[in-house]
Ligand binder design. Structure first.
Ligand code: SF4
Ligand code: SF4
Length: 127
């Protein structure tokens, strides 16, 4: 499961991510991170079976947690140009027999790279 960790000015000064990982003995894959002096936002991937326990632990450290359920969505504007195929780090996109680009959305790790390269803004992340 992908979760967004939202740090306020107090939580951002503490090593919460490392503390939770050590306390719960879990590995978390960091997908996105924007951390400043006053606030922060980190998206991590957590094993589904451990997610509820880990989320509760983050909340006990003063971090707000939002579960990210949605994945990438490809709209009607797609030109099948293939630009998203070459940049996606987890191979969500491929061409079918008709040279149409199709997306295996369940693989998406929400890195947003494809959104930036799509020439017609056909891609969006569901929230
Ligand atoms: S980059 Fe955009 S237009 Fe090109 S194949 Fe991907 S979704 Fe379609
Ligand atoms: S957001 Fe990242 S992981 Fe998801 S489809 Fe786009 S490039 Fe792939």
């Amino acid at each position: 499961m992908m979760v967004e960790l939202i740090y306020d000015s107090s939580a951002v000064k503490k090593p919460v991510l490392v503390s939770v990982a050590l306390e719960e003995g879990v590995l978390m894959n960091i997908i996105e991170a924007e951390v400043g002096a006053r606030e922060g936002r980190i998206v991590v991937e957590i094993d589904d079976e451990l997610a509820d326990r880990v989320v509760t632990k983050f909340e006990s450290h003063g971090v707000r947690v939002r579960k990210l359920i949605g994945t990438i969505e490809k709209g009607e504007a797609c030109l099948d140009c293939g630009a998203c195929i070459s940049v996606c780090p987890v191979n969500v996109f491929r061409k079918d027999e008709s040279e149409r680009v199709i997306a295996e959305t369940e693989k998406c790790v929400r890195c947003r790279i494809c959104i930036e390269v799509c020439p017609v803004n056909a891609l969006s992340l569901q929230e």
